[in-house]
Design a protein around this ligand. Structure first.
Ligand SMILES: Cc1cc2nc3c(=O)[nH]c(=O)nc-3n(C[C@H](O)[C@H](O)[C@H](O)COP(=O)(O)O)c2cc1C
Length: 161
């Protein structure tokens, strides 16, 4: 029997959301958006976001609708902020990691901090991801996402085991 998959993401300006939607479409699975209750808009939001991400600060997030313990794998997506995951995704993982059975990660980035972000996510979850994927702003513009199909196929094949 195919396993149950949940895509969870935070997105400030829509890039990670677009990728999350494409992943959820490709895998025909549920999706949950994490909302940061702290205002991250404008220059002040950018500054506070960068500072909180760098300091590994937690934030306040919305109540979740999908219980992660009902899923076999949580596919978690975040923008890269200050070469790290966002405070919203750090908070989600910190709160719910004990109910994660398996994980996969993806991130959207201007171009740097990918490796570090993915490692921090792995360490915080305490689990090796089944697959990882990242996309840069330039790749988003060109609508060519190297590694996207492999990411989907790896999760699809894993879910059929
Ligand atoms: C506070 C802040 C810090 C950022 N830090 C980085 C960074 O360290 N490296 C990088 O390549 N891009 C960085 N970015 C750019 C975002 O990762 C990139 O624009 C991403 O696609 C945004 O995703 P979103 O549209 O889902 O919010 C930063 C953006 C913000 C708002």
């Amino acid at each position: 029997m195919d396993k149950k998959i949940l895509v969870v993401f935070y997105s400030r300006t829509g890039t990670t959301k677009k990728i999350a939607q494409e992943i959820a479409n490709a895998l025909s699975c549920d999706m949950e958006e994490i909302i940061d209750k702290k205002d991250r808009s404008g220059v002040r939001g950018f500054m506070s976001g960068g500072k909180d991400a760098m300091k590994r600060n937690l934030t306040e997030i919305n109540n979740i609708e999908k219980d992660p313990s009902n899923y076999d794998i949580i596919v978690i997506g975040t923008p890269v902020w200050a070469a790290n995951m966002t405070p919203a995704i750090r908070t989600y993982i910190s709160k719910y990691k004990d109910s994660f059975k398996n994980v996969a990660f993806f991130c959207a980035t201007g171009g740097t901090g990918i490796e570090r972000t993915l490692i921090e996510m792995e360490v915080l979850c305490g689990k090796k991801p089944v697959a990882t994927f990242s996309v840069t702003s330039r790749q988003m513009k060109s609508e060519i996402y190297p590694g996207f199909n492999e990411f989907i196929e790896t999760i699809r094949n894993w879910s059929k085991q």
